[in-house]
Design a protein around this ligand. Structure first.
Ligand SMILES: Nc1nc2c(ncn2[C@@H]2O[C@H](COP(=O)(O)OP(=O)(O)O)[C@@H](O)[C@H]2O)c(=O)[nH]1
Ligand SMILES: [Mg+2]
Length: 204
């Protein structure tokens, strides 16, 4: 699949994000889940997104254009970082809530989940918040290379039971699941575009 990812800017404010006319897919996950690594693996590049050995570092909203499909992957700041201040957490929650609720061109929330960990409360909370906004979820298990085949499938099943969607298994190190994830992302961006096209406004 010939897809390219281009970092457009890191300076988007929330209001600018809300006004983007192209389809958007948000990437969210707990700090250190492997989000930056996954973006680099999707892009097939080493340094597009900054991989951090220190959790809780990335606080900006990065905006990646997918070409030629012409939609955006929106890299949201990681959440659940234990040492983030109360103020930081409050700000993050507010931004996320506003974005998920009010962004009209946001098509799906790709929720990154560490394959090694049992379902975490904060992930379940975000998933259920997305549900209340009627935002489709695309669960993505990360770091699958750290798990045995057995762990991988039981974790996948566990999440499938919780979210009613089967997560895509990925590893940024081994590139497991990259093609499948690209297909899922493109489908998620397209589905909504098609939905719009099949529901034209009728004027009597
Ligand atoms: N083994 C393994 N390690 C990973 C993988 N993805 C990320 N990591 C490591 O996990 C840590 C956090 O990764 P990063 O991409 O910065 O996570 P972020 O905070 O969610 O953006 C880094 O030390 C990465 O090298 C993966 O697929 N496999
Ligand atoms: Mg990061």
């Amino acid at each position: 699949m010939a897809v390219s990812l281009i970092l457009e800017t890191t300076a988007y404010t929330l209001d600018q994000l809300l006004a983007v006319p192209e389809a958007q897919i948000a990437l969210a996950g707990r700090s250190n889940v492997g989000k930056s690594s996954l973006i680099n693996a999707l892009a097939g590049r080493k340094k597009l997104a900054k991989v951090s050995a220190t959790p809780g570092k990335t606080r900006s909203v990065n905006f990646y254009k997918v070409e030629p499909q012409n939609f955006y992957l929106v890299d949201l700041p990681g959440y659940g970082y234990a040492r983030a201040s109360h103020e930081e957490r409050r700000k993050w929650a507010k931004l996320l809530e506003h974005y998920l609720t009010d962004c009209k061109t946001l098509k799906t929330l790709a929720l990154l989940l560490d394959c090694r960990l049992p379902p975490q409360k904060i992930d379940l909370e975000l998933a259920s918040f997305a549900r209340t906004c009627r935002l489709p979820l695309l669960p993505v298990l990360t770091k699958a290379d750290k798990c045995s085949q057995r762990e991988r499938s039981s974790r996948q099943k566990e999440w499938q039971d919780l979210l009613a969607v089967k997560p895509v298994l990925t590893s940024s190190s081994s590139r497991l699941g990259m093609e499948e994830l690209w297909r899922a992302l493109i489908a998620a961006a397209d589905i909504a575009i098609t939905d719009g096209a099949t529901a034209p406004a009728t004027v009597e």
